[in-house]
Design a binder for this molecule. Structure first.
Ligand SMILES: [Zn+2]
Length: 242
């Protein structure tokens, strides 16, 4: 259910694994993604199970329509009947409102400045990292009063740089923007390390309180991996402030 959970000065970070939900194969068990072919009933039940296990009201968890871009939405209440925006980062100054990001190999990025009461969740796959979705989220936080030196950043389970094989030209394109993302697979072919790129971006912005998950989704049978399984579920990562 909840693979990892951490609290820092009233900021809460949580990352699910694939177990403990009601979805049938190939989405078993805790698929939290609504656009992957699973039944809406199962996804709703799973979202309720995950929120309840975290002590959250499922109606106070804010999701987004992720499109591998770098747009940020500032949110202070659940969407309700409004359309869910196509963005890859959410920022809130509302304590108690949880922000959620869906992934299955991409890097989920959770950010919080507990002093200012500002939180953010971002979806950083290779395109989003290159486009700068995480720096965009940090800038939006700063505009609301956050300070980079107070921001705690946690990245969750994602495909690792030793598994994320890409064509040589793609690696070169990514490395031209973010050199630290240049990687090589364990079998010696070109690769990209998106998590390393995200952490380098955060470091340059002065966000020093950072930690990353040791879990590689492609290597872990306890996590969904799009690269491994193609038709599969989505993990969720949650951030909120007391
Ligand atoms: Zn790996």
């Amino acid at each position: 259910m909840i693979g990892r959970r951490e609290s820092v000065s009233g900021a809460h970070f949580a990352f699910t694994d694939r177990w403990g939900g009601v979805s049938a194969a190939p989405y078993e068990e805790l698929n939290l993604g609504g656009a992957v072919g699973d039944t809406p009933e199962a996804v709703a039940a799973n979202r309720k199970l995950a929120a309840t296990s975290l002590g959250l009201d499922p109606a106070r968890v804010v999701w987004m329509n992720q499109v591998h871009g770098a747009e940020v939405a500032v949110v202070d209440e659940p969407w309700g009947t409004r359309p869910v925006p196509e963005v890859d980062a959410l920022v809130t100054a509302r304590r108690g409102l949880a922000l959620a990001v869906l992934t299955a190999d991409c890097v989920p990025v959770l950010l919080a400045d507990p002093v200012a009461g500002i939180a953010a969740a971002a979806h950083a796959g290779r395109p989003g990292m290159v486009k700068g979705v995480v720096p965009a989220a940090v800038r939006a936080m700063v505009e609301l009063g956050a300070a980079p030196e107070r921001i705690a950043a946690r990245t969750g389970p994602a495909v690792c740089g030793r598994c994320y094989e890409v064509p040589e030209t793609m690696r070169a394109e990514v490395a031209a923007v973010e050199p630290t993302a240049h990687a090589e697979t364990s079998w010696g072919t070109p690769a990209v390390d998106v998590s390393a790129g995200v952490h380098a971006q955060l470091d340059r912005l002065g966000v020093c309180d950072r930690a990353h998950s040791p879990v590689c989704t492609l290597e872990s049978g306890d996590h969904f991996s799009y690269r491994r399984d193609r038709t599969t579920g989505r993990l969720a990562s949650y951030v909120w402030l007391d």
